[in-house]
Design a binder for this molecule. Structure first.
Ligand SMILES: *[C@@H]1O[C@H](CO)[C@@H](O)[C@H](O)[C@H]1NC(C)=O
Ligand SMILES: *[C@@H]1O[C@H](CO)[C@@H](O)[C@H](O)[C@H]1NC(C)=O
Ligand SMILES: *[C@@H]1O[C@H](CO)[C@@H](O)[C@H](O)[C@H]1NC(C)=O
Ligand SMILES: *[C@@H]1O[C@H](CO)[C@@H](O)[C@H](O)[C@H]1NC(C)=O
Ligand SMILES: *[C@@H]1O[C@H](CO)[C@@H](O)[C@H](O)[C@H]1NC(C)=O
Ligand SMILES: *[C@@H]1O[C@H](CO)[C@@H](O)[C@H](O)[C@H]1NC(C)=O
Ligand SMILES: *[C@@H]1O[C@H](CO)[C@@H](O)[C@H](O)[C@H]1NC(C)=O
Ligand SMILES: *[C@@H]1O[C@H](CO)[C@@H](O)[C@H](O)[C@H]1NC(C)=O
Ligand SMILES: *[C@@H]1O[C@H](CO)[C@@H](O)[C@H](O)[C@H]1NC(C)=O
Ligand SMILES: *[C@@H]1O[C@H](CO)[C@@H](O)[C@H](O)[C@H]1NC(C)=O
Ligand SMILES: *[C@@H]1O[C@H](CO)[C@@H](O)[C@H](O)[C@H]1NC(C)=O
Ligand SMILES: [Zn+2]
Length: 755
């Protein structure tokens, strides 16, 4: 018997035969309702339901025409409650038992495990193979200090193993992926974080970087950018290290394994590739499937990093930094880091010592597997709700990203449980396990390229979890404004880890809005950092990216991309009870089911309009002087008018939705078609960023040149205009392109077919 128990779980009792009879009765009942026009539209599956009962087919339980929205909410609640800390712990233990480098056999083994599990849960699985050019070290990189031909110091080839489980022969030595192989020797210069302002400071001090090896600390600026800037100024090599100021904030004696801080021997690995079009270097813009045209390797390599780069520990950075003198007075001390001596900038004129940098990275073609699991929707099968997580890791990857994989396996298990009880989502749910994210989103980009037209037409949303847990401070999210409220409401239905409030309450308390929306927590800009980027920036598919995270006022996760990001660390120092994993997993489950089962897509266009208004005010304030110099009153007025147009349209649209007959499929179809097109309309048809021609979301893209979250095309034009590289005409043009995008979005939302 199909019952709704008091605590909200829906269960079948009785034999399959009896079940068929009951389903028959339910179908009859529904038909009766349909006849009086109350639930028209909810009985689409009745024919096949009846048929499969005759056939005694297991598909009997797959029709959800029998569920009311209220029952669906109960099913949803049941699934969320079912998320188990014990399962999450077991998953994480399993996925972190070995290092699982991108494109490796170990990663393929995990893919096969996922395939098995999903099949067991009743999910249809396809393995998607892509041939991708990856990077790995042939031998450990070397940084050494020489006095003539005498080697004075040499960096450690590997991180020190500090707990027994780290000792594994598959641990890849520290390296920066896609740095070319090479051996260089020269004088050392310290460029702090490698910010533009840091290099400006060096210039002001008369420090010449040409033919030097530049050492920089991680932080403030992306890994790829630091060495790119150094190279542009003539550097022959770059060395990265983690300074205790950022990575051992309580002091170098309070570190892993006792504390969650970087030990002196730890090293952060990481990619430094940053090609204009993301993905496989040989197939930019197209899927790297068999048969696809590939650029010759030499051509592809022209866009990859050009100077050797290698990361070292702060223990190994110290003797190098100690060779530097402060032969000039620094205007301020921002170059000073946390090691216990006075930092210098360059070697003394008469110092004979030199630094040697040896990098032996090689490019190799790997078969990268993405696992795709499909739960076909019942009433709206062509509308796809995508869930993604990357499976690969630099080493054990407990936080990054096995915590997310553990969550994904648990989401799929609880969905599988609901399937067994007869639920089917209205929309199709697609589960995606990416095979190579660490080398800059490779797995997801190639898949997105293969399916881009289909996704443009059918994807409802992409819900990403990279690290489910990288700290235990608060839940946090990045999202496209359309989905902000889906997330907020999802978090309201999940208890916080302490259980004395909801995850939403904790979130809004700890991470309040910076947009002036006091009713929402801060929802971060989806600018970069994981697989979601290309879904939103290239195709205009609304995204979220969620995790439980550290306190941003204190630090990032210091052990990120080191050998110490392992199961022992997670289960001892960060989330011993797997409560934080549970919160992220529950919210992921909740929003997945909300998106899959809502009759009307729960996208909030009014809230998007509110955001646009804040974005307009923000950019006008931030770049007021530039706009004034370029006499842009008219252009900015046009932009404001576009936002007003969007807001008015959104209001009318919401009013229409409120009064609409949600059981009339034609009406629901009209509404959802519009909602599906809104985000797409913000994607410009032509490039807006010189550096990234396919990142074309005119509102949500960020500028690669000036740190600012929105309207990247405009901001980038301002940057170039300031440098005299373009005229003010380019800034005006970019402002009107944003207005065009906003007007286009309003246009697709309007209720008339065309006006
Ligand atoms: C992966 O496994 C295949 C087949 O067992 C083997 O030929 C190949 O050498 C392995 N690759 C690595 C990197 O171990
Ligand atoms: C470098 O070698 C020279 C000659 O052997 C020696 O005089 C000098 O002290 C050495 N310098 C350092 C810093 O070790
Ligand atoms: C790692 O394991 C190997 C083989 O079991 C052993 O020889 C070595 O001493 C271990 N290293 C460390 C640092 O524990
Ligand atoms: C110190 O220099 C950094 C760049 O090196 C700059 O960003 C910062 O504003 C400067 N601080 C002061 C107080 O001048
Ligand atoms: C920096 O050094 C290089 C090579 O030593 C030289 O060609 C260049 O003119 C120098 N730049 C400046 C600004 O002094
Ligand atoms: C660095 O690389 C060069 C060129 O391959 C090699 O001759 C040298 O022995 C290497 N040095 C070290 C310390 O590995
Ligand atoms: C799996 O595929 C079969 C055949 O296309 C289909 O009948 C079934 O509904 C699918 N199951 C799921 C969970 O999507
Ligand atoms: C829940 O507990 C935390 C920690 O004790 C506290 O900071 C927070 O205010 C509590 N929330 C409510 C709603 O009482
Ligand atoms: C949260 O993580 C910190 C390390 O960042 C750790 O010191 C603390 O014990 C953890 N809290 C819980 C409740 O596990
Ligand atoms: C949509 O957003 C507006 C503005 O934030 C909010 O007042 C409203 O409650 C939201 N509606 C829904 C259905 O979430
Ligand atoms: C605006 O123009 C004035 C005068 O030409 C110039 O001094 C100032 O730097 C400009 N401001 C910006 C932000 O470009
Ligand atoms: Zn990751």
């Amino acid at each position: 018997m199909l019952t709704i128990e008091e605590k909200g779980s829906i269960v079948y009792t009785g034999s399959p035969k009896r079940r068929c009879f009951i389903i028959f009765l339910i179908v009859l009942g529904l038909l009766a309702f349909a006849a009086i026009g109350i639930v028209a539209g909810y009985f689409i599956g009745r024919n096949s339901a009846a048929k499969s009962c005759d056939d005694d087919d297991s598909d009997t339980k797959t029709q959800n025409g029998k569920f009311t929205q209220k029952q669906l909410e109960e099913i949803n609640k049941n699934a969320v409650e079912m998320v188990s800390t014990e399962e999450l712990r077991n998953n994480l233990k399993f996925f972190t038992k070995q290092p699982h480098f991108p494109g490796s056999n170990e990663s393929l083994d995990l893919a096969k495990h996922i395939q098995e599990k999903w099949t067991e849960y009743g999910i249809n699985v396809t393995m998607k193979k892509y041939i991708i050019m990856l990077s790995r070290p042939k031998k450990p990189g070397v940084v050494a200090l020489y006095n003539g031909s005498d080697e004075i110091y040499r960096s450690a080839p590997q991180e020190k193993f500090l707990v027994p489980s780290e000792n594994n022969s598959l641990v890849v030595p520290p390296f920066n992926a896609y740095a070319p192989a090479g051996s260089v020797r020269g004088k050392l210069v310290y460029a702090n974080y490698g910010r533009n302002s840091d290099f400006d400071e060096l210039k002001r001090l008369g420090v010449n970087v040409t033919n030097k090896i530049v050492i920089m600390r991680y932080g403030k600026v992306g890994r790829a950018t630091k060495s790119k800037r150094a190279r542009k100024l003539g550097a022959i090599g770059a060395i990265y290290y983690m300074d205790p100021e950022e990575y051992a904030k309580q002091g170098v004696d309070k570190v892993y394994p006792e504390y969650n801080w970087m030990p002196s021997t730890g090293v952060q690995r990481g990619n430094i590739k940053s090609t204009p079009i993301r993905g496989d270097p040989q197939t930019p813009g197209y899927p790297s499937v068999e048969g696809m045209y590939r650029l010759p390797k030499e051509e592809a390599m022209k866009l990859l990093p050009q100077i050797p780069v290698h990361p070292i520990s702060y223990k190994d950075a110290e003797p190098l930094l100690r060779t530097l003198v402060r032969n000039v007075v620094l205007s301020n001390s921002s170059f000073q880091g946390g090691l216990d001596f006075s930092y210098g900038i360059q070697m003394a004129e008469n110092d004979d010592r030199e630094v040697l940098l040896n990098v032996t990275n090689e490019l190799f073609e790997a078969d990268v597997y993405n696992v795709m699991g499909v739960i076909k929707g019942s009433t709206h099968p062509d509308e796809l709700v995508l869930l993604g997580n990357h499976r690969d890791a630099w080493v054990f990857g407990a936080a990054d990203a096995s915590s997310g994989t553990a969550a994904m396996m648990e989401v799929s298990r609880v969905l599988g449980e609901q399937l067994k009880k007869g639920w089917r989502p209205k929309r199709t749910i697609v589960l995606l396990s990416w095979g190579a994210e660490e080398p800059k989103y490779m797995g997801s980009v190639e898949w997105l390229e293969e399916y881009s037209r289909l996704l443009s037409a059918r994807a409802v949303a992409y819900l990403n979890v990279d690290m489910a847990v990288d700290g235990n401070y608060s839940f946090r999210a990045k999202s496209a404004p359309l989905l902000d409220w889906v997330l907020a409401k999802g978090a309201m239905k999940v208890p916080s880890p302490l259980g004395n409030e909801t995850a939403f309450d904790e979130w809004i308390r700890k991470i309040p809005s910076t947009m002036g929306f006091n009713y929402l927590p801060r929802l971060q800009q989806p600018r970069a950092g994981s697989d979601y980027v290309n879904f939103i920036q290239r195709l205009g598919i609304p995204i979220v990216d969620i995790r439980y995270t550290y306190n941003s006022k204190i630090s990032s996760n210091p052990l990120y991309h080191t050998v110490h990001d392992n199961f022992w660390w997670m289960s001892t120092l960060i989330d011993p009870e797997f409560k934080y994993h549970q919160v992220t997993t529950r919210i992921w489950t909740q929003i997945t089911m909300t998106l899959a089962d809502s009759v009307i897509l729960p996208f909030n266009v009014t809230h998007y309009g509110d955001n646009l208004k804040v974005f307009n005010a923000g950019i006008k304030k931030k770049f007021a002087d530039d706009f004034k110099n370029y006499t842009m009153e008219k252009d900015l007025a046009y932009l404001d008018k576009a936002v007003e147009n969007f807001q008015t349209t959104a209001k009318a649209f919401d009013a229409f939705v409120k009064g609409a007959d949600k059981e009339d499929y034609a009406v629901v179809g009209r509404i959802n078609t519009r909602l599906l097109s809104v985000e797409r309309a913000f994607v410009n048809l032509q490039p807006i960023l010189q550096a990234n021609p396919l990142q074309r979301h005119v509102v949500l893209v960020h500028s690669p040149s000036i740190s600012y979250n929105w309207y990247g095309g405009v901001v980038d034009a301002i940057f170039r205009a300031r440098k005299g590289l373009v005229s003010k005409e380019e800034v005006k043009k970019q402002v009107s392109i944003v207005a065009y995008g906003i007007n286009s979005a309003a246009q697709v939302l309007k209720l008339s077919p065309i006006e």
